[in-house]
Design a protein around this ligand. Structure first.
Ligand SMILES: NC(=O)c1ccc[n+]([C@@H]2O[C@H](COP(=O)([O-])OP(=O)(O)OC[C@H]3O[C@@H](n4cnc5c(N)ncnc54)[C@H](O)[C@@H]3O)[C@@H](O)[C@H]2O)c1
Length: 261
């Protein structure tokens, strides 16, 4: 894939799932440096090992415990990454939480649960983008934020999650309009059901059945973290050089086909 080699990236939520797969893919594509963060430090080390085990690579991967809700930690992490590598070419803002359970409604949702979901999924992306945009290579830099197909339509019993993912699209489109003329691209990807921890946790809480969700997609199955990471890396890369403010759905049910909207 053109335009990943020699570049420096940050990835949040890199301890598992889509963030982990994105880190490995960026490294395989020849990124020079990848600063990965998460609240799960054990998972971060696993991600690093996944990449380095048994292969000779040149990518330098740094790990840091960063809770994306904490603005000072995010700022320090991005500053330190810039100091360490001398530049920042792109960012994948992947960290997210599901929030909600099988019974909660907008009437009964507990304020602290709402605040927690918004804190990670909305404030977290905002904290990251603000710090990244100050350092990003201009022209040529690129950011991909992870929203969800639930950012396009409401999700009963998961109002906080759905609302937070709508907000990620708003942030993405607004920033894309602000930075496009500086040569910076900012896009959102909207994964459908993907076989990762957040999805399996949702199933355990009774929010949905994985089989039913997978079966309802056009391909009749869930996606894998690797499949989503491939799309994310494409959006980060120069291959997507005329795509900004995009909402790339990686799955749709019903009649709509994979498309840019
Ligand atoms: N899996 C799906 O079906 C699906 C569908 C649509 C969107 N998404 C989105 O994809 C993104 C990645 O999720 P995933 O599917 O890889 O699940 P995952 O649970 O495997 O990964 C989420 C990661 O975010 C980290 N995280 C949670 N809170 C954090 C915080 N405060 N600060 C830093 N890191 C934090 C977790 O530790 C975890 O490693 C999320 O934003 C999620 O909402 C997933």
């Amino acid at each position: 894939m053109r335009g990943i080699q020699g570049k420096v990236y940050t990835v949040t939520g890199a301890a598992s799932g889509i963030g982990q797969a994105t880190t490995v893919r960026l490294a395989q594509l020849g990124a020079t440096g990848i600063a990965i963060s998460d609240v799960d430090v054990v998972g971060l080390e696993k991600t690093k090992k996944l990449y380095t085990l048994g292969e000779a690579h040149d990518t330098k991967i740094t790990t840091r415990r960063v809770d994306v809700r904490v603005v000072e930690d995010v700022n320090r992490w991005i500053e330190d990454t810039y100091t360490e590598f001398g530049k920042l070419d792109g960012a994948a803002n992947v960290a997210g939480v599901a929030g909600g359970d099988g019974d909660t409604t907008v009437e009964t949702i507990v304020q602290k649960d709402w605040d927690f979901t918004m804190g990670v999924n909305v404030n977290g992306v905002m904290h990251c983008m603000r710090a990244q945009l100050a350092k990003l290579t201009k022209p040529g830099g690129s950011i991909v934020n992870v929203s969800s197909t639930s950012g396009l339509h409401g999700l009963p019993h998961s109002a906080a999650y759905s609302t937070s993912k709508f907000a990620v699209i708003g942030l993405t489109e607004s920033a894309a309009g602000e930075f496009g003329k500086a040569g910076v691209r900012i896009n959102a990807i909207l994964p459908g059901p993907t076989d990762t921890k957040i999805f399996r946790d949702g199933e355990e809480k009774g929010l949905f059945s994985a089989d039913a969700m997978g079966g309802s997609t056009l391909l009749g199955r869930m996606g894998s973290a690797d499949e989503i990471a491939n799309v994310l890396c494409f959006m980060l890369s120069d291959e997507a050089s005329f795509v900004t403010g995009g909402k790339l759905r990686t799955w749709l049910s019903g009649l709509t086909l994979l498309m840019f909207v």
